[in-house]
Every structure is written in structure tokens, then in C-alpha cells.
Design a protein. Structure first.
Length: 271
């Protein structure tokens, strides 16, 4: 399960296996270098990531990150790699590694992180899957990369989905819905369970988390190895009409939204 701490959530099942898998709250600060905020202290994102690693007792880990582009491309950081930041042109939205010295950072403001750990081959990863990545098949792409490079069998993969925007406020247009229908089939479980018509808004509402949950199970992830968060980055409204802002949310804050990080690393400090 996703367990809340002061500045982040961690996934308990990963923690028990020696893997730090966390999603940061808004009070941990903006984490992404490529999404600076107005009047923000220069370099604060790097300092925020450093503080996170210190809180997790992961000081000295080599940070790996990319300019997220909403692709379905996953890159492997192996022993021969000495480049750790990947520009927009690299078109990377996820990473995998066996290296113990690496901390993988991906960035979010409503999109869905997919955490993975191949328990047999000791491979960790995290992939960024907003609706464009979901539509392009990030789940399938990531699992295929694990099989190609590491010989991973999905039944050996522990997977965490979340934290992201939930269906209640995830309004989408008719073109959005029809594009998914045309690709995945109107009567498919993927469409039937991840889209809902809302009479009040007069729009379809999309469940990115549910879509990826169904896709994961169809690709061989075992139900008992799938941990799902239903926390909503957009925020719930309390009895006074105030909306929670526990998480960064682009849909709520627009261009003023910072970015959370979904970070994964082996707990050990050395290779």
C-alpha cells in the first residue's frame, strides 16, 4: 500500500524488499529542472531532490532523469552509461536499471507513475504515463523492454500505480474518447471500465489508473503483485468548498504547477 509521510508517500511492499519507491507531496517542493516556477529560487529543484535523498538515507546516489515528453520510450541505465540527464530530444519517459548507485527521478503534475521491480532479476524502474503515454502503450512498452534486456517474466514483477489524477474530475472531450475507442475497441474491458459518461458535466471522464491496472493484468502482472493508489492529485473539495492542494496538479494550477517526483532506488548506498 501507499503509506503517507510528511513530505511523500512510499510503497510498503517495495520497502520490504529493499527498494525505495516514493511519490512526493507538494510540500516537498518543485522537483523538475525543466518546469521552473515564477519567482522561484534558482536551483531550488536540485536542492529539493537532494533533501529527498537525505530523508530517505540515499545521500550520494547518482540522479538519473529526463525531460518528459509523453512518449512510450523506456531507457536502460547499465554499467556502460555515464550520461544521467536526457534532454527533450532524447524522447524518454522511463528508466530501468540494475545499478545500486542510481536514483531514478521522473516528474508529474497529474500523470501516472508506474513503479516496477523484477524480483527475480533485481531490476528497478519507473515510467511516466499520462494519457498520451497510456494511449501509446507505455505499460506494454516498458514490460517488453524488461523482457528484451533482462529476460523478465511479468509474473515476477512487483508494480505500483500512482499517484495520479482520478476519474472524478478527469473530464475529456469526445475526440479523446473516440480515439481510445478506435484503438482499443468500444466493447473492450479497457474502454468499458476506464471511461464513464457524466451527466452533470456532459463529458466523458477518464480513469488513467484503472486503464493501466487492466492493461497490467492483461500483460501478465499478478493481481497480488499490483499495488494501486487512488489518491487524487487534483484534490478533493471539503465541506467548506476548499479544494485540497496536497499534490502538484497541472489541471488545477495550470502553468503555475510545479512537479512532483516519482523516485525509485535500491536502499543500499553502494554498488
Amino acid at each position: 500500500m501507499f503509506v503517507e509521510k510528511e513530505n511523500y508517500y512510499f510503497i510498503e511492499e517495495f520497502e520490504k524488499l529493499g527498494i525505495k519507491a516514493v511519490y512526493t507531496k507538494k510540500n516537498a517542493g518543485n522537483m523538475s529542472d525543466y518546469c521552473p516556477l515564477e519567482n522561484q529560487v534558482q536551483g531550488i529543484q536540485k536542492e529539493n531532490r537532494k533533501k529527498l535523498l537525505e530523508r530517505l538515507n540515499l545521500e550520494g546516489k547518482q540522479e538519473v532523469m529526463a525531460f518528459q515528453t509523453h512518449s512510450a520510450n523506456v531507457f536502460v541505465i547499465d554499467e556502460n552509461i555515464d550520461k544521467y540527464y536526457y534532454e527533450k530530444e532524447c524522447d524518454i519517459d522511463g528508466f530501468l536499471t540494475k545499478r545500486k548507485d542510481i536514483a531514478i527521478f521522473t516528474f508529474y503534475a497529474d500523470c501516472l507513475p508506474i513503479f516496477v521491480y523484477d524480483k527475480k532479476n533485481e531490476v528497478i524502474g519507473v515510467w511516466h504515463s499520462g494519457w498520451p503515454g497510456t494511449f501509446k502503450g507505455m505499460m506494454k512498452s516498458g514490460l517488453e523492454k524488461m523482457k528484451e534486456v533482462f529476460g523478465t517474466d511479468p509474473k515476477d514483477v512487483l508494480m505500483g500505480l500512482g499517484i495520479g489524477m482520478q476519474q472524478k474530475y478527469y473530464e475529456v472531450g469526445l475526440d479523446f474518447y473516440e480515439n481510445f475507442v478506435n484503438k482499443f475497441g468500444k466493447e473492450s474491458e479497457l474502454i468499458q471500465k476506464s471511461f464513464k459518461w457524466n451527466e452533470n458535466t456532459g463529458k466523458y471522464h477518464f480513469d488513467n489508473t484503472k486503464f493501466n491496472e487492466i492493461m497490467a493484468l492483461s500483460l501478465g502482472i499478478k493481481q497480488e503483485n499490483l499495488i494501486v493508489s487512488y489518491e487524487d492529485t487534483f484534490g478533493e473539495i471539503d465541506e467548506l468548498g476548499n479544494r485540497s492542494d496536497k499534490f502538484h496538479s497541472h489541471r488545477r494550477e495550470g502553468k503555475n504547477a510545479g512537479r512532483a517526483t516519482a523516485m525509485i532506488s535500491f536502499s543500499v548506498k553502494n554498488r
